[in-house]
Design a protein around this ligand. Structure first.
Ligand SMILES: *Cc1c(COP(=O)(O)O)cnc(C)c1O
Length: 564
């Protein structure tokens, strides 16, 4: 089953990957991006292989209690139904013992080109391992796992993954570390090259994904000594990390020939955070046919010939007539609302302006910003025009603050329920994501600036003709044209994280701006100027459609990152 040509490849390493909804090897944006990237690699015939952690017990199955308390359970999936077990075995040193790593293969086959990109899923759940080692690859970011297990997982991914590829006979030209989780692969390459960093750098590239300081993995030396031991001498490690700890982003930056951030704003922030390194910008994208709803597929088939092969053609979406566009949108919307109503037992109404918000429940994403001042929100719903709100998103299992965010939304919803219908869709995953980004009227995105590296859900919305109302952060700095592709909330981002007082001021300012936009523009336009509204829908496709796709993104990786 392993495809024949194993030479000259790009090896794409990622802790998580969202390849299809029921293969539970992803938690959120990082994994979904990896999935879209691999789908486009396959479409474009890029000779690549992907390495990821198996996560046979998934990430998190979310159920919500009456008051919004999140219950997080593991989310197993039937590995054998999707993957083929490979006859391969290597060992890696963890905690002073040899841990066996084996692998499964999932083939991503492009419908378009017929080209295959294999995903090699790493698995330590084998009999020869002790119970603790058997756990390492079973669950993505488990709350029960301490830093030692996290480091063990990164050893399996970086070092184990590289040994598995070698054992399988892959000849790799470029190792791509998708986030710092994979950075230990540089140590394996250092060993292969007698500790000479130059040949290591020649072979590796690195993408950083987070502008949040705490989002960069850091392990103290005591832990590193215990778990990784003297895999390479510690003075070597210190040289490529820093004195105080093993910092995975610094390790990756110091031992790669090329590094990039995932949006232009994110580049500025990353450059600030890591002065002295050259960090390029390649703005993320989405795999278009994967995220476009059925009615919009038909619409594009009719008016934009060749859009699947060549999403640049979506500029021709400008010719789609108002009536056809609106009809396709209403079909998507009815479908989405039926999906939610069935799942949640709710009574959302397809005739009402519907605002969608779905992302991980964590403080900086500010899911509850729209509830900042109930009176103001109520006033808009009662006097300007009715609207309903749809939320989805999981908190990291064990993240009390994140779970508290969801409870707060439940509480706000309950207090406002005589004026505004608010629904929270349980268990946000790729299916829920696709339904929401294809079938609401407005996509709301209001992270605290500049903490959103890129964001891709708003791009999915754009390909379904849905405008975004969002703070100017991540991709929206690039994709926003006021009143043409959507609307902004608040001022432009600063280059660093605001302190607490500044953050509180910003929340207030952004909330007021959000209300102004809803009251003066979004709600009245939806009900009273449908023609202008449809113009904006068309622009989201024809202005942003040609750019925010993974085909363009992969092209940039080929030109700027993978060529030497
Ligand atoms: C698209 C997607 C994301 C990423 O969206 P953001 O805008 O980056 O938050 C996360 N989770 C799921 C399930 C998705 O489909």
């Amino acid at each position: 089953m392993v495809s024949e040509n194993l030479d000259g490849r790009i090896a794409y390493y990622t802790m998580e990957i969202g390849i299809e909804n029921d293969v539970k090897t992803y938690s959120g944006g990082l994994g979904v991006l990896a999935g879209d990237t691999i789908r486009s690699f396959a479409d474009m015939g890029v000779p690549a292989v992907c390495v990821a952690q198996l996560n046979e017990r998934g990430y998190c199955k979310q159920t919500l209690e009456e008051d919004g308390t999140q219950i997080s359970e593991e989310d197993p999936w039937p590995v054998e139904e999707y993957c083929e077990k490979l006859d391969v075995e290597v060992t890696v040193p963890i905690n002073g013992r040899d841990v066996t790593v084996t692998a499964w293969q999932y083939d991503v086959v492009s419908e378009r080109s017929g080209h295959t990109v294999p995903i090699i899923y790493l698995d330590t759940n084998v009999e020869s391992n002790d119970p603790e080692a058997r756990e390492y690859t079973q669950r993505l970011y488990s709350p029960g796992y301490g830093e030692d297990v996290q480091l063990a997982q990164e050893i399996v991914l970086g070092i184990g993954g590289t040994r598995i590829l070698a054992e399988l006979g892959y000849e790799i030209d470029t190792y791509h570390m998708n986030e710092g989780h994979a950075a230990l692969l540089t140590l394996e390459l250092l060993k292969e090259n007698d500790m000479d960093p130059e040949p290591v750098r020649e072979q590796t590239v690195f993408t950083t994904h987070t502008p949040v300081e705490a989002g960069h993995d850091q392990f103290n030396w005591g832990l590193v000594n215990e778990v990784l031991g003297e895999f390479v001498p510690q003075d070597v490690l210190k040289k490529y990390s820093r004195e105080q700890d093993l910092h995975m982003t610094l390790l990756a930056l110091n031992l790669s020939r090329y590094a990039n951030s995932v949006a232009k704003k994110h580049q500025e922030v990353s450059q600030n955070m890591f002065p002295g390194y050259e960090i390029d910008a390649i703005t993320n994208g989405v795999h278009v046919p994967f995220w476009v709803g059925d009615s919009f597929k038909e619409l594009y088939d009719e008016y934009v010939e060749g859009w699947r092969e060549n999403p640049y053609k979506l500029k021709h979406a400008s010719v789609i007539p108002d009536d056809d566009l609106w009809e396709a949108h209403m079909e998507e919307k009815r479908d989405t609302i039926e999906f939610i109503n069935e799942r949640e037992g709710s009574d959302l109404d397809p005739e009402k302006l519907t605002i969608g918000f779905a992302r991980r429940a964590t403080a900086y994403k500010r899911a509850d910003l729209i509830f900042y001042e109930h009176e103001r929100l109520r006033h808009i719903a009662e006097n300007v025009g009715e609207f309903q709100l749809v939320f989805a998103g999981k908190a990291f299992p064990g993240d009390e603050d994140g779970s508290g965010n969801i409870q707060k939304i439940f509480h706000d919803a309950w207090q406002l329920n005589d004026a505004i219908n608010v629904e929270y869709v349980e268990d946000y995953d790729m299916e829920v994501g696709a339904k929401l980004t294809s079938g609401v009227d407005v996509w709301l995105n209001n992270p605290r600036r500049p903490l959103e590296a890129c964001g891709t859900s708003g791009m999915k919305a754009a390909y379904n003709g849905i405008p975004q109302l969002g703070t100017l952060d991540g991709w929206w700095v690039e994709g926003h044209i006021e009143n043409e592709t959507g609307w902004k909330i608040g001022p432009e981002a600063e280059e660093s994280e605001p302190d607490e007082t500044a953050a509180a001021d910003e929340d207030r300012q952004d909330a007021m701006d959000l209300y102004d936009q809803l009251e003066n523009t979004v709600v009245p336009m939806y009900y009273e100027d449908r023609e202008k509204w449809i113009d904006i829908m068309r622009n989201t496709m024809s202005f942003n459609g040609p750019y925010y796709h993974t085909q363009r993104m992969v092209r940039e990786y080929l030109d700027d990152a993978y060529t030497q």
